[in-house]
Design a protein. Structure first.
Length: 314
């Protein structure tokens, strides 16, 4: 009798435990199902990114010169030590820093200025946004050829026509070593400023107007409202735009290659183009891989520094 009397109590205690066990089992099944759905994409991502990066790091430690294959072998850090004695590397690194810093600054500054200006326009913002998308959707190689043949071409280009009308003369914008870098900076800025403009315009549109109304009641001027209200509120968006634009600028290739090919000479040969020329024109795969590894490390370091600004205390 005692045994039969205790059975209802055990059922009442075991019911919640069995329900919890079934819940954990169901959660495990859902987790395994989600993993099964993600497995093909993760495998593809691993094959497309991780394996090439590992191979890049391995080849940067090798002496792989297809022009002299009999000299191939393990080089250790010789490729990286050679960079310190390579003036072409230092020139390309300097050009990369100048190109990246100037294009990112101009894109963010112009994009923010245009966004603030468009916010003051009550109508027609949709058309402006559509027009801003057009340069972004163009392939970089098309942009480079467009500027080379129609905008910056000597004598017949649009810029040359304007300068001659203003009495400033004609210039070989892409053939002059002193003007070629400025020209490719202008090309990159023209194509990617609309991206910064669209992101910052969307961010500015979400800011609460009550804060600005309170600031006006406190007699805060336009610059004070911009410095103490707008900038802190849009800092996360600014940081993300800077990181994305910086990564794009460091990996720029097609537009510069189509416009100047890295020339004249090496006046527009940024580090990405130098790695390409070394690997596929000079057939020095090992040294070209080490240049690409340095570019990757530089990109990650700058992105980390910029991302730290996002969490900087006020």
């Amino acid at each position: 009798m005692a045994a039969t009397a205790s059975m209802p109590g055990s059922d009442s205690k075991g019911g919640p435990q069995r329900a919890a066990a079934r819940g954990r089992s169901l959660a495990d099944q859902e987790r395994r199902f989600a993993l099964a759905l993600l497995a093909p994409a993760l495998l593809l991502l691993f094959c497309a990114t991780t394996i090439p990066l590992v191979y890049l790091g391995w080849s940067s430690l090798q002496r792989l010169d297809l022009a002299m294959p009999y000299m191939s072998g393990f080089a250790g850090l010789d490729n990286y030590l050679h960079m310190g004695r390579d003036p072409r590397f230092w020139n390309s690194l300097l050009l990369t820093v100048i190109y990246t810093a100037s294009t990112v600054f101009m894109q963010v500054a112009l994009g923010l200025a245009l966004a603030l200006l468009v916010l003051q326009i009550p109508r027609g913002q949709g058309l402006l946004r559509i027009a801003a998308i057009l340069p972004i959707v163009l392939a970089p190689v098309v942009v480079g050829l467009f500027w080379r043949t129609l905008v910056l071409a000597p004598d017949v280009g649009l810029v040359d026509l304007v300068t001659r009308q203003l009495g400033l003369g004609s210039y070989n914008w892409l053939g002059d070593p002193q003007l070629a870098l400025i020209s490719v900076i202008a090309i990159h800025t023209w194509q990617w400023t609309p991206f910064a403009f669209l992101v910052l315009l969307a961010t500015l549109s979400t800011l609460p107007p009550d804060i600005y109304e309170a600031a006006r009641l406190d007699r805060a001027g336009p610059w004070q409202r911009f410095h103490y209200i707008t900038l802190p509120l849009i800092r996360p968006a600014l940081v993300m735009v800077m990181i994305l634009r910086m990564v794009t600028a460091l990996s720029a290739f097609a537009a510069i290659f189509a416009a100047t090919g890295g020339g004249p000479g090496s006046s527009t040969e940024i580090l990405n183009l130098y790695a390409y020329r070394t690997s596929f024109s000079e057939l020095n795969i090992g040294y070209g891989s080490s240049l690409a590894v340095v570019l990757l490390a530089l990109t990650l370091a700058i992105a980390w520094v910029i991302f730290r600004l996002r969490r900087r205390p006020e």
